[in-house]
Design a protein around this ligand. Structure first.
Ligand SMILES: Nc1ncnc2c1ncn2[C@@H]1O[C@H](COP(=O)(O)OP(=O)(O)OP(=O)(O)O)[C@@H](O)[C@H]1O
Length: 247
């Protein structure tokens, strides 16, 4: 049987006595491009942190490729591009190539120098993302859209099974957002990379998303709404999720 990339089984999470997620079950399958939306404070970032293994659920289990997320040995297999990537310290004295290559270190270990094969992956990724010509420039000199590409490249050189992006279009102008969507679409459709994207602006990513999850922040059994095809609606209804269509 094919393993889901991510599987949440009846997951609950509270900060102290403040419940955020209650009894959430969902699966993300290889090759999906899932959009996660919901109002401020609904628990989207908390859900991402559980998937990234940074938080441990108080109830239920979170699996990445069948392994419990907080025990995952090869954490770099889930690439993460945070919203903060667009708030990069522009005085940081590193070139684009150095920043991208640092994404390779996680897979090798801190004290093992990168090999020629590692740099071949870095070069291939820079080429694929159209960054090669800027490789010796300080990252701080690049535009917001270019910097976001650099952070995607850094996540990609670790050869992840999935890329998780938190509000990736914040602080990027409209033209760069369109180019950014093209890049994510080609990574998903052509390279088969699974995507999970949290965004308030899912409208601009709508041509990219294959399924949309809505988190409404109500700590109840039906807090995760999935917008998807009629068949999946049928299946998810059986699982007891409340559903609506996005389009
Ligand atoms: N470390 C923390 N300690 C206590 N409460 C927290 C912590 N982090 C988040 N919360 C609370 O948990 C709830 C969910 O927060 P979370 O950041 O997951 O929501 P979100 O949907 O990502 O919100 P936003 O869209 O504003 O980023 C909020 O009420 C928030 O105040």
């Amino acid at each position: 049987m094919k393993k889901s990339i991510v599987a949440l089984e009846k997951v609950s999470f509270s900060y102290g006595c403040h419940p955020v997620l209650n009894n959430i079950s969902l699966a993300i399958e290889p090759g999906e491009a899932v959009g996660l939306v919901g109002p401020n404070g609904a628990g989207k970032t908390t859900l991402l942190k559980l998937i990234l293994g940074q938080l441990k659920p108080q109830g239920g289990r979170v699996y990445i490729l069948g392994e419990e997320a907080h025990r995952l040995r090869r954490r770099h297999r889930v690439g993460y591009v945070s919203q903060r990537a667009t708030h990069f310290n522009n005085d940081f004295p590193a070139t684009l190539r150095e920043v991208v290559a640092s994404g390779r270190v996680a897979g090798r270990g801190l004290f093992r120098p990168l090999l020629r094969t590692d740099y071949a992956v870095v070069d291939r990724t820079l080429e694929m993302l159209g960054l090669k010509e800027y490789q010796n420039q300080p990252v701080g000199c690049l535009s917001g859209g270019q910097q976001q590409r650099v952070f995607i490249a850094r996540a990609l050189v670790a050869e992840p099974v999935m890329l998780v992006l938190d509000e990736p279009t914040v602080g990027i102008d409209a033209a760069a957002v369109a180019a950014f969507c093209d890049l994510l679409r080609s990574l998903n459709r052509e390279q088969g990379l699974t995507l999970l994207i949290v965004s308030h602006e899912l409208e601009e990513l709508s041509s990219l998303i294959t399924r949309q999850l809505y988190l409404n922040g109500q700590p109840c059994d039906c807090s995760c709404h999935s917008y998807t095809s009629p068949q999946l609606q049928q299946q998810n209804c059986v699982k007891g999720l409340e559903l609506n269509y996005a389009k």
